[in-house]
Design a binder for this molecule. Sequence first.
Ligand SMILES: [Zn+2]
Length: 391
Amino acid sequence: MNHICIICGRAGVSLKDILPATLAPPGNGTAIYCDEHVAAYSSLIDHFSSQLDVLNALAGVRPFPITRHAREQVVRGALALSTRMGSAEGLRAIAYVLQTYFARYFGEIARSAALDELKHYTLGETRGVFVWWDTELPADYPHNAFSFGHRIAVGVDPDSGQIFGRLSLFSTFHFAATLGIVSSVEDRPKGAVMVDIDPLTDLSMHSVFQSTINPIGLIPQKPVDHSETHAQSVVSERSVMSLARLIANMYDFRARRTASRLVEGLSEARANSASLDGCFSGLHGELTQHAFHLLQHAIDLFVTAPEIAPIEDVVRALVLTEGETMEQLSPHAKVSVHLARDAIVTKLAEDFIDDRLTSERAFSLIAGDAGVAAIIELMLVPVVRRFTELI
Ligand SMILES: [Zn+2]
């Protein structure tokens, strides 16, 4: 029974490749779809993967609100994201993810008639309103096991028999859904399943936390004014704000992680009388990325000084040209970023040797005010002094 396709009852294939890799449920599990139905859902799977790609790409942009550019990027990104997720295809893709998770944990019900309407909908044979953007999470919804974790929860309301699902991406974008009805009271499972997934770890070893909880309190309420059109038009300030906050928080989180890794590594190197350089080169990529963000901020601050204001254009042209990501920078802008990183590394090493480098101080140098000050002092001031001496 549990190895047959939930749609057509033919022999099923494995659980692999039926969801984007980052959202795969734990365990190898039982088969859910046959080859033909995996193929039928492939465009929804691709659609969902591309939405995650947008989020992942945005999570790598410089933190809001350092530049107007960055803000525009966030707004554009949020619009693109909302438009895609709120589209008929986007909501159908979410319904498919929830259907698949429900089948993973409640195979018998998923193979019964309880999900018939949902299956017609996810296969694109009918229209309907199964999924909506969820603006109010349950009051006692447990915290995600991971910072910025994804979450999928599925279960059945023991009173009404309503099958429901919830999906959160990066702990920021929330969706809720009704998936069907279990009419017979004794067939209603007592526990709902909640799966948290860490999107920030390496894909090959992504961490998953699965728990069984009481479904009461998780049951979503479909908005009263809900219609298909409404579901597709939620492109609001809210999603722009959520995305901006997500990007800023992720940036902070990453910088703190780099800072504590660095301080740990340096202490270990000192204990083993090893060279400190290895610690910095081990974090080369992360430090460069942070230096790139800080440099932009340092320049904006530096050119406000009265003696620099008249040569603002020269300074900007000297040290950095526009570019959204490290990869898009011109060769000379890359040199500037490297100089900025060297300035930060110099301060980090100095502070460590003087026993002043706490994780907090390292964080401030890598991604905060201390880093901006270091770049101004060790890079921008000398460059401009030399430049003005020569012209
Ligand atoms: Zn099938």
